[in-house]
Ligand binder design. Structure first.
Ligand code: ARG
Ligand code: ZN
Length: 874
């Protein structure tokens, strides 16, 4: 069942041309395919059989070079079709029947809100027709779509439309041709009642490209932002990477039922509607940002993924890590680089670090898998992007561009590997990157321990860095990595000191390369003890272990020249204080918040606001998930109580300052999309959260007023969450009711309504989840709804999910068992929090394992089987 990277072999047959014809029908769609195949010269030595993948296909007819085959001419299983003794060059024609309306897995051809759409990555094409469904088989496609004209007026596929016409019985057809050879995972088809918003873009070399966003009629007013983002991304890729778009048309389609964020199908991206639609009345600033970054991400795939694609699915990070890095650079250029970095890292070191520490830990390039869909992970995407970021830091930005130019030029039209990419970077930089390759093969988060010593008589400062990567399942031994550590030494006056090492002048900032398990650097000519600022900009995805006093952290919070590290110093200071509170609880002592944290917050609030976006980030306490990451034994209740206590204590102590800031940013504004307005809303709503933490009458009234008067979703939803999370439900419940009445017609807004309720920190949250699962707007068949309700509860309401009575675990297991039959991909993702039992107390561990055993007793999809087996094997 498991597939291994080391077993890779090139395909036995290549496909020159694919001609498809779809006769669309709810339960009885016919797919007629004509493949021109040829033996792969690279495998010519054997008389290999022709193997085509196919799942849930009903074979109607099969012809080889025009001759109809009978069932004795081939071998057919649930998974594949095998033909032996075929000529070196052949034409294979097949007709199959499929049932899109019963397809709830949302892989292959399915229906969403009455429209047909496809999702073929990674292995969905085999649910459409028999095909060598692997990314290293690239072919030219034509696609003819036939359907009822009134139900399906719009018929889309990859490339350019070349023919259209009427057919008998009110049917019509359109034929599309994609001139670029592509793997089957980039195939797409859409049919239905959709409406376009159109624009154009002129490329750097002067070609006109038609841009179209296709949506349901009621969403036509929500497309401007996606189009604006697309044009910005197209221009950015020309300027930054020298990459131009290559077809005459670029289409984006929004669908309501989608397993992931979006899909980069050639010329025809299909998007989860939550990643395209944005109107300020119904979507938050965060949603706007997400739309912009996902639109850009899918666009960037046209080069990093489509023109140059992956040899096999083990290389997934070749396209995803690089493309996430590219979309992160894009966002940094559109907005504040420091804020972007802070938000990326906050996510990485909670969610990705947790993955690295859990039962499904895997390297950026996995070595084996049972179900590839389980590997569209934070490790492949986000850690993969960190690895590319480190490469770009190591070789330098200009050299990185030379390396990417070489990569795109050398491998255009090919399916390649991570080695091919890194080799380009090595070639243009002259660096030996062989040690660096371990970042792709070693799972787990490296720990970086730093120790320093100042010698006042010698006026030297020594810094020792040590690395250690803890064992992960199946990988006990870890070799030292090449870790780039960007650092500076901050002097007592708050300035970065010039660094001198072995007579060499380093300037005020430097990236040192930690290659050994342990290395020491000695800095000379220092008149006073500096405070080291390490891992600036989070220069490597590691866990930094470094003892610093509250005073040193408070100092760095204001003095560090690196914006990211100023923020991180604040996070570490808060973490220190919260850990003290956890200790106090565990010793049965009364909680007492470290005054250094209150003082640091006071300083933040009293200073003149120069950058509201950064200040809003500085005013976020570390999440419960990040706090939990610091412990081998996680006490969820103590963590929740400690954080809650810190929050209430700070809110009470600094109430007037929060109120002043709230009022300063609450006045005058009608909604605007400007960066300053976005930052202002974020800061204002952060302050509102702090004020409401006290549950004072006045604060709740402020929230109530903002809820009623808001002219945009950012403000309305922030106020709603404040009200809905208050212990006293007298204002929250009516607000939730009013909100549901106002937004019942908009499924995306209702997603936020579900999440707002189930993330409520109080003990009634679980009861509410159960009630809401019966709400008419909820459906287990819609992944967005599952994520908004169950996903939000299990991932963002940790102490309620981990209730000691086990009812959170049971609820998740019940849901996963049901989803296993409906949508295996979503089931396998949703179950993850239940598999993270290793750091829990023995009692909860037992409860969690029991639920996993209960799931295991079911007839499981490969997706869920793989996750459950790995977690019970730990
Ligand atoms: N390639 C897509 C993206 O990152 C993700 C689609 C993956 N879908 C899946 N079912 N595994 O933009
Ligand atoms: Zn992607």
């Amino acid at each position: 069942k498991a597939i291994h990277l080391k077993d890779y072999l090139p395909p036995a047959f290549l496909v020159q041309q694919v001609d498809l014809c779809f006769r669309l029908d709810d339960h009885h769609t016919r797919v007629i395919s004509r493949l021109q195949l040829q033996r792969n010269p690279a495998r010519k030595e054997h008389d290999l059989p022709l193997v085509l993948q196919g799942q849930q296909l009903q074979l109607i007819e099969l012809k080889l070079d025009g001759r109809t085959l009978s069932s004795s001419d081939y071998e057919l299983t649930d998974e594949q079709l095998t033909l032996t003794g075929v000529p070196d060059s052949l034409v294979l024609e097949s007709e199959v029947e499929i049932d899109p309306l019963s397809n709830t897995a949302l892989e292959g051809l399915y229906q969403s809100s009455g429209n047909f759409c496809t999702q073929c990555e990674a292995e969905g094409f085999r649910r459409i027709t028999f095909y060598p469904d692997r990314p290293d088989v690239l072919a030219r496609f034509t696609t003819r779509i036939e359907a009822d004209q009134s139900r399906f007026p719009v018929l889309l596929s990859n490339g350019n439309p070349i023919e259209r016409g009427e057919l008998p019985d009110g049917h019509h057809f359109v034929t599309w041709e994609d001139p670029f050879p592509k793997p089957a995972y980039l195939f797409a088809l859409v049919a239905g009642q959709l409406h376009p918003v159109k624009d154009t873009y002129t490329t750097l070399s002067g070609r006109q490209v038609a841009l179209e966003v296709w949506v349901e009629k009621e969403n036509l007013h929500k497309c401007d932002h996606a189009l604006r983002s697309l044009k910005a991304a197209m221009q950015w890729d020309e300027q930054t990477y020298g990459r131009e778009y290559d077809l005459d048309i670029y289409m984006i389609v929004a669908v309501n039922d989608f397993n992931m964020g979006a899909m980069e199908n050639k010329g025809l991206n299909i998007f989860n509607s939550s990643c395209v639609l944005a109107d300020h009345r119904s979507e938050t600033d965060m949603a706007f940002h997400r739309v912009e970054s996902v639109v850009a991400h899918e666009y960037f795939h046209n080069w990093s993924g489509n023109r140059v694609t992956c040899r096999d699915w083990f290389q997934l990070s070749l396209k995803e890590g690089f493309t996430v890095f590219r979309d992160q650079q894009f966002s940094a250029d559109q907005h504040s680089p420091a804020v972007e970095r802070i938000q990326q890292v906050a996510m990485l070191r909670t969610a990705q670090f947790a993955e690295d520490a859990g039962p499904t830990a895997h390297p950026v390039r996995p070595e084996s898998y049972i179900e590839i869909n389980n590997f569209y992970t934070l490790t492949v995407y986000e850690k993969g992007a960190e690895v590319v970021r480190m490469l770009s830091e190591l070789v330098g930005r200009d050299t990185f561009r030379k390396g990417s130019d070489l990569y795109f030029e050398r491998f255009d039209g090919q399916a390649v590997t991570v080695e091919d990419f890194v080799a380009c970077m090595a070639e243009v930089s002259g660096l030996d990157l062989s040690q660096f390759m371990r970042w792709y093969s070693q799972a787990g988060t490296p720990q970086l321990t730093a120790e320093s010593h100042y010698n006042p008589t010698a006026r030297t400062f020594t810094l020792t860095l040590r690395q250690h990567t803890p064992a992960t399942p199946g990988q006990d031994l870890k070799e030292p990595l090449l870790i780039p550590v960007k650092l500076g030494l901050v002097g007592p006056s708050g300035q970065d000191l010039p660094m001198e090492v072995n007579g060499e002048l380093w300037g005020q900032e430097r990236v040192v390369h930690l290659k050994e398990q342990e290395q020491t650097w000695t800095f000379h000519n220092l008149d006073a003890e500096p405070v080291p600022s390490l891992l600036r900009g989070f220069s490597a995805p590691v866990r930094l272990l470094l003892d610093r006093s509250p005073e040193q952290l408070a100092f760095l919070m204001t003095a560090d020249s690196d914006g990211f590290n100023r923020w991180d110093a604040g996070q570490q200071l808060a973490l220190l204080a919260i850990r003290e509170l956890i200790n106090q609880q565990q010793c049965g002592a009364a909680m007492m918040l470290n005054p250094a944290l209150i003082q640091a917050y006071r300083q933040l609030l009293d200073a003149q606001v120069t950058d509201p976006a950064i200040l809003a980030e500085m005013l976020q306490l570390p999440s419960e998930a990040y706090i939990a990451e610091q412990y081998d034994q996680v006490d969820v209740d103590a963590i929740h109580l400690a954080r809650d206590y810190a929050r209430k204590t700070l809110a009470t102590a600094l109430y007037p300052a929060f109120l002043k800031l709230y009022q300063q940013f609450a006045k005058n504004q009608a909604w605007s999309a400007e960066a300053a307005a976005v930052a202002g809303r974020r800061l204002k709503n952060t302050c509102l959260g702090w004020l409401v933490a006290t549950e004072s009458e006045e604060a709740l009234q402020l929230a109530q007023r903002q809820f009623e008067q808001a002219d945009n979703m950012t403000d309305q939803l922030a106020a709603l969450i404040c009200l809905a999370h208050a212990e006293d439900t007298t204002s929250g419940d009516p607000a939730l009711k009013a909100f549901a009445l106002q937004w019942a017609h908009d499924p995306l807004v209702m997603d936020s309504w579900f999440s707002a309720q189930v993330t409520r920190p109080h003990p009634d949250a679980l009861e509410r989840v159960k009630l809401l699962m019966a709400h008419p707007a909820f459906s287990l068949k819609n992944p967005n709804k599952v994520r908004a309700l169950i996903g939000a509860f299990v991932n963002q309401n940790r102490h309620n999910f981990h209730r000691r009575d086990g009812s959170g675990y049971a609820l998740l297991a019940d849901t996963v068992i049901e989803l296993n039959r409906i949508n295996p991909q979503i089931a396998a993702r949703l179950v993850i929090p239940l598999t993270r039992f290793r750091r829990m107390d023995d009692y909860r561990k037992g409860l969690m394992k029991n639920e996993l055993e209960r799931i295991r007793a079911e007839k499981l999809s490969p997706d869920l089987f793989e996750v459950i087996e790995k977690s019970l094997a730990q």
